[in-house]
Design a protein around this ligand. Structure first.
Ligand code: C5P
Length: 223
């Protein structure tokens, strides 16, 4: 039988990344950051000076890209290596987020990344973080969560994350960029951002991260 999957979908800055990591640690399950795959393709395409609206060229780039996740030397985080280059920090910028969102709207790119994502499903289980984990990639997942938060709160969280990485950004600029990206992700014809049927909806606005984690753990391990 296939390993169980917990899907956590939602817009950027909803806390998905942090919640997924903490829940995966608690459960001892594997983890898939699917957004990092789209970011890696956006990054690889930008590096190769590919026009992001050229679907064929971007698709060829996605098919050829060597994307690897590996633990950092001290084991404290996961590095994302794209075509032999450690792009972990570069892919986190909002510029790369926008590039990811552009390439993610190309159906053949999503198809190219599909098998890569399915391969993460291993015992004892997988926590899959993204936009279409519960709707498209793992529709049979026994556990599904849709995590949201207000746009203002999401911009604030993103601001903190990027500031910690030493990037120069403003909250208002970030909020505009995030809203534009969410709008594009939610309105695209292929795999739009939306809650999967039967997903537990969690609005994390003003909720401490531990409370969100507890809610999600309770879904997988009741009582
Ligand atoms: O989650 P993250 O912000 O890293 O994702 C970056 C972009 O990648 C999203 O804005 C979205 O366009 C795309 N994405 C996607 N499907 C996923 C994960 C991410 O389309 N499963």
């Amino acid at each position: 039988p296939l390993a169980p999957v917990l899907t956590i979908d939602g817009p950027s800055g909803s806390g998905k990344g942090t919640v997924s990591r903490l829940v995966a640690e608690r459960l001892g399950w594997h983890m898939l950051d699917s957004g990092a795959l789209y970011r890696a393709v956006g990054y690889a395409a930008s590096m190769a000076d590919i026009d992001l609206t050229d679907a064929d060229a971007v698709t060829r780039c996605a098919l050829a890209a060597k994307i690897r996740f590996r633990p950092s030397e001290d084991g404290s985080d996961t590095r994302v290596v794209v075509n032999g280059h450690d792009a972990t920090d570069e892919i986190r910028t909002e510029t790369c987020g926008a590039a990811a969102s552009a390439v993610a709207a190309i159906p053949a790119v999503r198809e190219a990344l599909r098998d890569k994502q399915l391969a993460f499903r291993k015992r004892p289980g997988l926590v899959a973080d993204g936009r279409d984990m519960g709707t498209v990639i793992f529709p049979d997942a026994p556990f599904k969560v849709f995590l949201t938060a207000s746009a203002a709160e999401r911009a604030k969280r993103r601001y903190k994350q990027l500031k910690e990485k030493g990037l120069s950004v403003t909250i208002s600029g970030l909020q505009r960029e995030i809203e534009a990206r969410d709008e594009r992700d939610a309105s695209r014809p292929v795999a739009p951002l939306k809650p999967a049927e039967g997903a537990l909806l969690v609005d994390s606005t003003g909720m401490p991260i531990d409370a969100v984690v507890a809610k999600v753990i309770a879904l997988v391990q009741p009582d």
